[in-house]
Each structure stands twice: as structure tokens, then as C-alpha cells.
Design a protein around this ligand. Structure first.
Ligand SMILES: *Cc1c(COP(=O)(O)O)cnc(C)c1O
Length: 376
């Protein structure tokens, strides 16, 4: 069976895990956590990066830092993972779902402004498949209406928009290092803080509401409970695993991009013949090969394609069921305007096997099977 995903492993993970164990420091914020944060701060030019227990936790922190009041509204796409929406719900907000663009499956920047009301406080954008949302237009709307922008860049680590790293453009960026993402620590994530005014509050929020981070830096002589908080620090063991990946970030990225381009090249004749559609990467977006998907004619054809691939021992999977049609989505939010694209296009999408180390031989089998399905 060719799996849909294989968690990344570059070979040095066990050495670094052993190092963390030998250092007798396995809780959070030890040397590996510091190395990972510093690497991202330097590489992405971020003001501050805090490792978290998950991408979900990073989103939770970002939305809590937005300081929402009950009844406030948050704009987001419906085509996303539940975590994007949960963060806003937990922070007390009402969800306002906006339609996506058919080409990138990202929130349609042209439909955002009509959804802004007196109560709107933030926009959460999701860089689907590591392809950037139209951030210039989105930041302009946010500035005009005084809204915070949270980038759900769970899939966007190492991807860019007009030369800027995803996660560093809005007020907050949220990365995921889940095993299905480009870089992994099993379960984990990071919060990117792009405005220094949030750093101290974010450190407190992450450390159970205490100012322990300042204490560790020697800025105060004892630490205390200063505000509400939670436990969002990952263990050093997870950070050690991530450090191995970040050291090889370039290699992982290039490997994935090679696989992505290989799929694109091989399947473009089918697209040219009008049999399926391939992902679109707009001008100015430097993606990271997070995902390769194709779009079938409709839901029925997609179901058949997935079954056909499964018979040939290839695991291909569909993706999000739009949140506005889920029970919790109906309870916590509303869809603004018409759902012209979200449901129709999400019904058509299939993700092909894509991971670091996917062999050309296996990719060739996937390509052959897709071509066979369409009778080419
Ligand atoms: C993976 C993912 C998340 C959640 O990340 P976890 O690390 O699994 O909590 C959130 N949003 C999007 C778009 C994701 O792809």
C-alpha cells in the first residue's frame, strides 16, 4: 500500500532525543525548544516564536490574545480544519464563514469586506496547501476596519507570499508540527508573534498564567500568577525531534517540491484534456509542496477515483467537509452570502500521496493509476 502520508524522519531524531534525555531536561523550554524558536525567529525574521503543544494550541493562543468580547465576530473560511474555528469559539466569538476562491481553495479576499460588521474583530486566514492567501488585499481590509489578522499557516511553514514568510504577515501566525505536516514533532506547533506588544502576555498565557519566562531570564527574582493562562509548552522530547527536521528544512522542502512538480508535469495532459483540474499557485506565492490534489468533475467521480486507487493499493483521501454544514458550525456561526464555491469544490478534491521521501517509483504508480482511471 502506498500511504497517503509518512511522518518525516531525517535520521538524527534519535540522537537528539537521547541528548535531551541525557541532559536531564525533558519538560518545556530547554535547549531544543530554544534552538527551534531561535531558528524560526532568525530564518523567518519573526519578532518572537513560541513552540506550542499543537497547531491548535497556537490558534487558541492567538485568538485569546486578540482580546475578544462576547458577541464579537471572527471571519474565516468554512473550508478548513475544526481547530481554526474552535479557537474563535473558545475565545467567545461568533463565526462568520466566507466563501473560498475556486483556484486556491483559500478565503476569497473579494468577499471579506461585505461580511464585516460593527462586531467584527478579526480575520483568520488559512493558507491551504501552503499556498498563500491574497495577503495584501486582506491586510488592507483589516487595517481599514481595525481588525486583527491571524494566519493559520499550519500547512504553510517555509512557504512565502511576495517574498515574505507565511505566518509573519498578520498579527499572529500559527504553525503545526503534527505528523501530517511538512515538519514534525509528533504533536506540536508554534505561535509566531509579529507585534512585540503581545510577547509578554503570550509568554504568560503559555505558562499557566505565570511570569515564569521572565523568572528564567533572571528579570525577576520569583514568579507568580499574573493573569489567566494554560499549559501550552511542549516537552523537550518533542522539540528534539523537531530540531532534527528544522536542520534539514531546506532538503525536506526541496524533496517535497520535486514530488509536487513531478505530479504536476505528469498530470497536466489530463488537465489540458479537461478531465481533471490541478492546483493553482498564483503569481507571487512560493509554496512548500505540502499537498498535491486533483479536482474531479463531481463528488460521484471523486468517490470512484478514490475507490479505484484503493483497489490498486494507493491511499488517496478527500479533505474538509465545510464547517458551516457541520453541527457545530451551525451552532456557532453563519455563512455570509452564498456558498458558491466552498461545497461544490470541496466535494471534488482528492489528495494524492505526498510526503518527504516519496519515491519516484511510488509516485509513478500513483500517476499511472490516475491516468488509467481517466482512460489515458
Ligand atoms: C493541521 C492543521 C491544524 C491543526 O494543527 P494540529 O497541530 O494538528 O493541532 C489547524 N489548521 C489547519 C489548516 C491544519 O492543517
Amino acid at each position: 500500500m502506498i500511504p497517503f502520508n509518512v511522518p518525516p524522519c531525517v535520521g538524527t531524531e534519535l540522537d537528539y532525543l537521547a541528548e535531551a534525555v541525557r541532559a536531564r531536561k525533558i519538560s518545556g523550554d530547554g535547549q531544543f525548544t530554544r534552538r527551534c524558536s531561535a531558528w524560526m525567529e532568525e530564518r523567518f525574521g519573526a519578532k518572537r516564536v513560541l513552540l506550542t503543544t499543537s497547531g491548535t494550541a497556537a490558534l487558541d493562543m492567538a485568538l485569546l490574545l486578540c482580546g475578544l468580547q462576547p458577541g464579537d465576530e471572527v471571519i474565516l473560511p468554512s473550508y478548513t480544519f475544526s481547530s481554526t474555528a474552535n479557537a474563535a469559539v473558545l475565545a467567545g466569538a461568533k463565526l462568520v464563514f466566507v466563501d473560498i476562491r475556486p483556484d486556491t481553495m483559500n478565503i476569497d479576499e473579494k468577499k471579506i469586506e461585505a461580511a464585516v460588521t460593527e462586531r467584527t474583530r478579526a480575520i483568520i486566514v488559512v493558507h491551504y496547501a501552503g499556498v498563500a492567501c491574497e495577503m495584501d488585499a486582506i491586510m488592507a481590509i483589516a487595517r481599514k476596519h481595525g481588525l486583527k489578522v491571524v494566519e493559520d499557516a499550519a500547512q504553510g511553514v517555509m512557504a512565502t507570499y511576495k517574498g515574505r514568510w507565511l505566518g509573519t504577515i498578520g498579527d499572529f501566525g500559527c504553525y503545526s508540527f503534527h505528523e501530517t505536516k511538512n515538519y514534525s514533532m509528533g504533536e506540536g506547533g508554534a505561535l509566531v508573534l509579529n507585534d512585540p506588544k503581545y510577547i509578554e502576555r503570550a509568554e504568560v498565557l503559555r505558562e499557566k498564567g505565570t511570569n515564569r519566562s521572565r523568572f528564567y531570564r533572571g528579570e525577576i527574582d520569583k514568579y507568580t500568577w499574573v493573569d489567566f493562562g494554560d499549559s501550552f509548552l511542549p516537552s523537550e522530547l518533542n522539540a528534539a525531534y523537531l530540531w532534527a527536521q528544522l536542520e534539514k528544512a531546506e532538503e525536506i522542502n526541496e524533496n517535497r517540491l520535486r514530488s509536487w512538480k513531478n505530479y504536476e508535469e505528469a498530470l497536466s495532459p489530463l488537465a489540458a484534456a479537461g478531465k481533471l483540474e490541478l492546483p493553482v499557485v498564483p503569481e507571487g506565492c512560493g509554496h512548500n509542496g505540502h499537498m498535491f490534489y486533483v479536482k474531479c468533475r463531481d463528488l460521484e467521480e471523486r468517490t470512484k477515483l478514490i475507490a479505484f486507487l484503493k483497489e490498486r493499493d494507493i491511499s488517496a483521501v478527500f479533505h474538509y467537509v465545510p464547517l458551516h454544514s457541520a453541527p457545530a458550525g451551525r451552532k456557532f456561526g453563519r455563512f455570509h452570502g452564498e456558498d458558491e464555491v466552498t461545497t461544490r469544490h470541496s466535494d471534488r478534491l482528492v489528495r494524492l500521496p505526498m510526503y518527504y521521501g516519496l519515491t519516484e517509483e511510488d509516485a509513478g504508480r500513483v500517476i499511472r493509476a490516475v491516468k488509467d482511471f481517466y482512460g489515458e
